[in-house]
Design a protein around this ligand. Sequence first.
Ligand SMILES: Cc1cc2nc3c(=O)[nH]c(=O)nc-3n(C[C@H](O)[C@H](O)[C@H](O)COP(=O)(O)O)c2cc1C
Length: 463
Amino acid sequence: MKFTILNGSPKGAESVTMQYILYIKKKHPEHEYEIINIAQTIKKIENDKNRFNNIINKVRESDGVIWGFPLYVMLVCSQYKRFIELIFERNVEAAFENKYTIVISTSIHFYDHTAQNYMHSICDDLGMKYVGNYPADSWDLLYPKRRARWLVFAEEFINHIENNFPTSKHYTPLNWRAFTYAPGEVLDDSKKIDTHGKKILLVSDETSENTNLGKMIEKFKESFSDKIEVINLDDIDIKGGCISCLQCGYDHKCSYIGKDGFIDFWEKIVMTSDILIFAGVIKDRYLSAQWKMALDRAFYMTHTPTLIGKQMGYIISGPLSQIPNLTEMFQGHIELQGSNFVDIITDEFGTSEELDALLHDFARKLVTFSNTDYFKPLTFLGEGGRKIFRDDIYGRNRFVFMADHEYYEKHGYYDTFPQNDERAKKLNAKLIPLIKIDKVRNKMNMKQEFLRPFLKVLEDPNK
Ligand SMILES: Cc1cc2nc3c(=O)[nH]c(=O)nc-3n(C[C@H](O)[C@H](O)[C@H](O)COP(=O)(O)O)c2cc1C
């Protein structure tokens, strides 16, 4: 059998993920394995049509396709994303249609589900026979039981192809609404939102003012009494995507320093804003690869937040409500950055007048929350993610990410370990011996015990 492996790691052959493929090759040498370094050579693939077509031909001739990639900021890396875009832009979906496929990712399990959901939906969009995904931890291959588990999964893939087993679909095609946004009259000055001196920044990759997104951005800008800053990613000198050299792990210094303008843009423009809005058009099941590149490049600060204390939101054109996976990434990213997730405005619903009103109110909310310093509590998306980072940096990845470790120590991240929770320690020391006594336990009214500290707050006139 012939397998084509589309390698989504910018490290190419030095990829951890590819070791999982080599392991299957070692166990099943009777098959042919062609690994293509997609992410590492994306510029050449994009610029050289022959090279691209050769890859597509290999896909066409194979019995099974394996998508293998490292997690990059909740998704695949921008280079791999660009390859996926090219498949649709160059209308070569047919090469993938009805091919059996699996998806393997390696990561520390931080938002691996969103990346896997994304790839699953892409496989469904391409009409592939999706057998399943394997969200490995980067180190899984080092443990016998986990190796065995991976082998079972890979053999099930082979089994599927040999027996022509059926596969299920999970995603229906996206449905774009036919709607042209026609913004209303410019508001008179009395209705404009006072910015209260806040620095408001909108970053987008939209280059036209005549698209729905272009018009939404213009309308949003008009809502404010002062001029707000609008930056286009096209105008930023970004030489390329993150190459995973991990130089930044030691001191948060990117190897692109002095080579392009991204760090200056991020630190001098993005990080200094009080209110930050990202805007983009849905491209396949995410934003553009260009947007992804910017977010990947911001990883030079690795697992520390760079957008702390901002009011943030999105303006999106396209069927976002049909991609809850993407909304989850937006929200999770903002929560992890320590910013407040205010809202997402899209052109999916309502009339142009309603969209005018929504954009205006979005502007109002952003400024109001900024003035009142309002930050809503984190959901699982932020809480869970922070805990994964904290444990990983404290533990096995400390030597790689020394700069994060220093930051976490300085900012009390490790104080959040439950074994350091003094209040919980005292409570458990007092109550655990009591709860072990049958008589006490049977008499105890747990509901009332839970409420006791709350009553103190409610009854105290000073609280
Ligand atoms: C820019 C960048 C972003 C990353 N983002 C994530 C992430 O969102 N979630 C995660 O669990 N791991 C993340 N990782 C860790 C890698 O996914 C992980 O180390 C992977 O095993 C590397 O595989 P590779 O050697 O095949 O490239 C990131 C690494 C880099 C360099």
